[in-house]
Write a protein that binds this ligand. Structure first.
Ligand code: ADP
Ligand code: ADP
Ligand code: MG
Length: 497
């Protein structure tokens, strides 16, 4: 056992704060790092110690692996938590941290490497009987041969960059005629975006749901699954609303997916917290997509339904403790939803809307949690992801959780910038969402900016008209009263004279 005494969080914003909160609860000293754009950030104030890494751009601050390790050695830090994004899935960083004699709170560099490449990941799990999307197993080298394979799989197909991430590096090919051109473009795009031109093809699932399984593994070979999260409401292949459990996963399907996820983790000797992503078709067949070797943005919904603090478990695992629970000890309690509050304008193609948080009032109440990293009056920096906050609710079932989320969104009061809150409010009130019958195409299928305008029903319009008449009458009456009063006063005046 290697008790952690001082933890450096190599990240910013909400996740840096969230990790440090748990560390403090566990009696661990905390160190923040920050860029010049984040000097006044809550994560800097919250930490016991804080060190500025450099100018705002990430490659001059949050991505400076060597500088971060120097800070650790100077301040006597014994563990580094990478959060998500930035260096969290960088195997070289994990290796350098470990080589410096510091604990990396995450899996081994080897596991990060294998799962960081979608093709290497497919190879690693191939012996375990995990269902996979039909496609090619290796990088495309011979385009005519790949075209034959694509015809076998059947169009539409998806070309994917092996090194892709964050929804980037994917191309849909609808017809055979476009195959060569799209393939050539995909290869050169992958080369320039990820420095790795390896691409492969997969059957394009036309009505897919994105459902993922949270896993935890310790250093002694124990691995458990903490059930699923449904993340199908996405824009630009990036999620905006997540929930646990999913509205369509039965106990049998949950068990099958959970056991498959554990096998994926076993395939790379996984330890720490990780997520195995699956794509689910209309018949509810599930296929392995990839594994994310870090804490996910949406981890709180899993915490709400399992009652487990995932950061606490990460830190305990990193110290070498065996998992304190077994699969059969884990239960789902109620339902949880998360909406991501982005500084984006849903009326304008979800483009970032950077500016100052003029008013910022959070919702509160039983079962309402806000994970954020800003205060009223602060500017949202242009250099990083435009996520302001995550709003999470927990209630007894899905219907109650949706109602609670709608109330919480109505209570959230943000001015100065546009956010995704109005869009999320629209989704939660939509029949497709309420019934659970939706897929990753929700935005394309149901959303247009005019949906955010106030929609009056015929009944409401009648009421509005009646209200107008009433107001007009009162107004006219008041004018009458006023002139009556004038006459009276004149009369009095005359009498007095
Ligand atoms: P999650 O899988 O945790 O829900 P996302 O799928 O939205 O999060 O994004 C995956 C991860 O990639 C996140 O950690 C996010 O910060 C990061 N990310 C997203 N877009 C980019 C990008 N353009 N460059 C670098 N990292 C990105
Ligand atoms: P990333 O590394 O960018 O997260 P993923 O393989 O996890 O890449 O895919 C991201 C998203 O793209 C999925 O959540 C899903 O919406 C969509 N997607 C991925 N593969 C397929 C597929 N074969 N068919 C249809 N949609 C897909
Ligand atoms: Mg993914």
């Amino acid at each position: 056992m290697n008790k952690i005494k001082k933890l450096l969080v190599a990240n910013r914003g909400e996740i840096a704060l969230r990790v440090m909160r748990t560390a403090k609860e566990m009696g661990i000293q905390t160190v923040a790092v920050y860029s010049e754009a984040d000097t006044h950030s809550p994560h800097v104030k919250f930490a016991d110690e804080a060190v500025c890494l450099g100018p705002p751009p990430s490659n001059q601050s949050y991505l400076l692996a060597d500088k971060i390790i120097e800070v650790c050695l100077e301040l006597g830090v014994d563990a580094v938590h990478p959060g998500y994004g930035f260096l969290s899935e960088n195997a070289n960083f994990a290796r350098k941290v470990t080589d410096a004699g510091i604990i990396f709170v995450g899996p081994s560099p080897q596991a990060i490497e294998v799962m960081g490449s979608k093709l290497a990941a497919k190879h690693a799990v191939s012996a375990y009987g995990i269902p996979m999307v039909p496609g090619t197993e290796d990088a495309i080298a011979d385009i005519p041969a790949a075209k034959v394979k694509a015809a076998e799989i059947g169009y539409p197909i998806l070309i994917k960059a092996s090194a892709g991430g964050g929804g980037k590096g994917m191309r849909i090919v609808e017809h055979e005629e476009e195959f060569e051109e799209q393939m050539n473009r995909a290869i050169s795009e992958a080369q320039s975006a990820f420095g790795d031109g390896a691409v492969f093809i997969e059957k394009y699932i036309t009505s897919p749901r994105h459902i993922e399984i949270q896993v935890l593994g310790d250093l002694h070979g124990n691995i458990v699954y903490l059930f699923e999260r449904e993340c199908s409401v996405q824009r630009r292949h990036q999620r905006v609303i997540e929930e646990a459990p999913s509205a369509v996963v039965s106990p049998e399907m949950r068990k099958a997916m959970g056991e498959a996820a554990v096998k994926v983790a076993q395939a790379c000797n996984y330890h720490g917290a990780g997520t195995v992503e699956f794509i689910v078709d209309e018949q509810l067949n599930f296929y392995f997509l990839e594994m994310n070797t870090r804490l996910q943005v949406e981890h709180p919904v899993t915490e709400m339904i399992t009652g487990k603090d995932l950061v606490r478990e990460q830190l305990l695992i990193a110290e070498g403790n065996p998992l304190p629970f077994k699969q059969e000890d884990l239960r789902i309690n109620g339902h949880s939803l998360e909406v991501r509050v982005y500084a984006e304008d849903p009326r304008n193609n979800f483009l970032p809307d950077i500016g100052r948080l003029q008013t910022y009032i959070r919702p509160t109440g039983a079962g309402v949690r806000v994970d954020d990293g800003f205060e009223q009056g602060m500017d949202i920096p242009i250099y990083y992801d435009p996520m302001i906050a995550k709003l999470i609710v927990h209630d007894v079932d899905r219907e109650a959780a949706i109602q609670k989320m709608i109330k919480a969104i109505d209570e959230y009061y943000i001015t100065g910038i546009e956010t995704t809150l109005s869009f999320c409010r629209f989704v939660l009130g939509h029949e497709a969402f309420k019934s659970g019958q939706f897929d990753t195409k929700f935005v394309e299928k149901y959303f247009t900016p005019d949906k955010l305008d106030i929609q009056w029903s015929a009944e409401e319009l009648k009421l509005l008209a009646a209200l107008g008449v009433e107001l007009y009458d009162r107004h006219k009456n008041r004018l009458q009263l006023k002139s009556d009063a004038g006459i009276t006063r004149t009369k009095w005046k005359n009498r007095l004279i």
